[in-house]
Design a protein around this ligand. Sequence first.
Ligand code: ADP
Ligand code: MG
Length: 452
Amino acid sequence: MISEQWARVSAELRSEIGENNHKSWIEPLECISLQAGVVEFRAPSRFVGDWVKRNYQDQIFQRLRSDNPAVSRIEFNVGTQPRSKPAAPAISRSAEGSTAPQRDTNLQGAPLDGKFNFDNFVVGKPNELAHAAARRVADGGDVTFNPLFLYGGVGLGKTHLMHAIAWELQEKRPDLQVLYLSAEQFMYRFVQALRDRQIMDFKNLFRSVDVLMVDDVQFIAGKDSTQEEFFHTFNALVDQNKQIVISADRAPGEIKELEDRISSRMQWGLVVDLHPTDYELRLGILQQKAALFAQTYGPVRIGDGVIEFLAHRITTNVRVLEGALQRLFAFSSLIGQEITMDMVQDCLSDVLRTSDRRVTVEEIQRKVAEHFNIRLSDMLGPKRTRTIARPRQIAMYLAKELTSRSLPEIGRRFGGRDHTTILHGVRKVEEMRSSDNQMAEDIDLLRRLLQS
Ligand code: ADP
Ligand code: MG
């Protein structure tokens, strides 16, 4: 029964992730059983198993579950052994092998990822301040700002920088007790200490570190007693002039349900944000990651324009960008061919679809009208003077370029114009932009505005 269900889900996945991906990753999976809500899969190798876990686990799970609500978990095992021990719950991203310092075991924080060091951190305009501040803390000299508060959107490098600080301090100042953990782990330990009546031990432990780093502190907002305890720990350490580094997904004042006194205390130090990446930074990161992946997968030839295309298209989250490149490396080394644009389209169709920022015709009309200083109603209305008609044609052209609307659909959105009118406008702009520099510039700018 589960095998029939899997056959259905597998077929659905084929259309979702593309023929190639399906052949390489999904087909090799064997669906063994459904027991107590757990669907067990067998992968032919650890490589395939890990890959599927990283890239397709969620999709597989969600589809199986919507097909059969009894499914509560999926598991991947390798080779021919029966079900193996379930992996320990990963509280945070873990390192290859345990490279974390083994001093006082109670003082052990989350494991540090060996790749998250300063050497592997690419610096650009959007993150240079955060990087400089992190470097300063990592020098381990006198505490000049306390805390260092790093904030920014998902996947912009907060955790990477914190690990880098920890690595560097371990090397430069092995005498210092450095504790890195997520706010979630802080809470977990706190709750455990309460339960076991060891709150004094907890307090002593946290007050004895020299450098405390707490990642994703927004997590404890609204969790009253944890917040409270965190605040006391924080104050005690600051009083002893011990360095604190904190990260969050937004500025201290913007974290809802974080007590005012805590959020204002956070702002005593240095608050720096990681801005969204720009194109240059993404290029740099891709080049650097390509060098790293080559160490794992062996050298792979990357076709012309591939790196630029990825940097252009995957703009929000470095983790996604990195995952996309890794997928290409793995695939390319598997089939022994260079990474081509065709492969990109095929392997990354899912990623590219979701990172397609949907620009609407209405948005285009609004931006273009703003840019040329005309009224939106004129853009849609019948006036044919050049100062109005030209922007209108540019908007038509951009609508054709940036959306998936058909000409008749675009026509309807331009005050019910005929599709031949739209076509004429699009052609006109295509013609003119090659000779008219100003127009080409306007279009480039608008395109960037709309796609950012
Ligand atoms: P955050 O904690 O802000 O959500 P992470 O630090 O986990 O983000 O970064 C996500 C991924 O992106 C990591 O693999 C990290 O190495 C990578 N990354 C982010 N910014 C950079 C950068 N400037 N240089 C190199 N890698 C980066
Ligand atoms: Mg993080």
